[in-house]
Design a protein around this ligand. Structure first.
Ligand SMILES: Nc1ncnc2c1ncn2[C@@H]1O[C@H](COP(=O)(O)OP(=O)(O)OP(=O)(O)O)[C@@H](O)[C@H]1O
Length: 231
């Protein structure tokens, strides 16, 4: 998927010749120190960064759908928009001042149910906790059902219940054949859920099955790297 991808922003070489392949239907985690270029790699995939090298997606049939869940999003606490309004604005095919079609509402409620938020559809976005907001962002990534789901630290603000829901959701999506590219800091969760893991710190550090790649020495190196600051 990524072949020799490099990215320079200002004077910083953020990515240098990064190549990796996310296999269809698998969970592929990307780990590494803060500032290692994980989010930047995703921005390249989404066409939001001026990278060199190539990024290609081989869809098995017609072009598939990409879902994207960004790193925690900040909101104006006074935003007079409910969770339903917010999600409807993202998926609706008519102006926001009209109420969402019943079918759109059903889709939104189903996505909210997948993240354990079905009872919060009428809550104002500004009144949600950080973890609840994160769950709403996860729900938007599921609408419409994605073939490739790109997750940028989706668990950062989640409590234990939220983390359990997330883990279950990953299992459900995998069973549906969704390919998942997932930036994550929690290596224990990566070990549990990922089929493959790539270590990234400007360049590729390692790439393979978590049980083989996330050795105690590697984990220690990753953490001390992080403690030492950006790559
Ligand atoms: N617009 C920009 N201009 C210059 N440098 C940038 C820009 N955006 C990001 N960077 C730099 O690129 C590097 C990689 O950032 P990126 O956000 O991709 O890292 P990350 O691995 O996702 O980090 P984290 O784990 O902290 O989320 C950092 O050193 C950052 O300062």
């Amino acid at each position: 998927m990524f072949d020799g991808v490099s990215l320079v922003l200002g004077r910083t070489e953020v990515l240098c010749e990064v190549s990796l392949r996310a296999e269809p239907g698998k969970v592929h985690a990307v780990v590494g120190p803060n500032g290692g270029g994980k989010s930047s790699l995703i921005r390249c995939l989404l066409g939001q960064a001026p990278h060199a090298g190539s990024i290609a997606i081989d869809w098995p049939g017609e072009q598939g759908r990409i879902g994207y869940v960004p790193q925690a999003l900040e909101f104006d606490r006074g935003l007079p928009m409910t969770v339903m309004d917010f999600l409807a604005a993202l998926v609706a095919d008519r102006p926001a001042f009209l109420a969402p079609r019943p079918s759109v509402k059903v889709t939104i409620l189903a996505a909210l149910a997948e993240v354990g938020m079905e009872d919060k559809a009428g809550r104002r976005m500004g009144a949600l906790s950080g973890g609840e907001r994160q769950r709403v962002m996860m729900a938007q990534g599921l609408m419409p059902a994605p073939d490739l789901l790109v997750l940028d630290e989706p668990m950062a603000a989640l409590d234990e219940a939220g983390a359990k829901i997330f883990e279950r959701l990953i299992g459900t999506l995998k069973a549906r054949g969704t390919t998942i590219l997932w930036v994550e800091h929690d290596l224990a969760v990566v070990r549990r859920l990922a089929d493959r893991v790539t270590g990234l710190s400007r360049t590729l550090l390692f790439d393979g099955p978590p049980e083989a790649e996330l050795t105690p020495e590697r984990v220690l190196a990753l953490f001390s790297h992080r403690a030492g600051g950006a790559a």
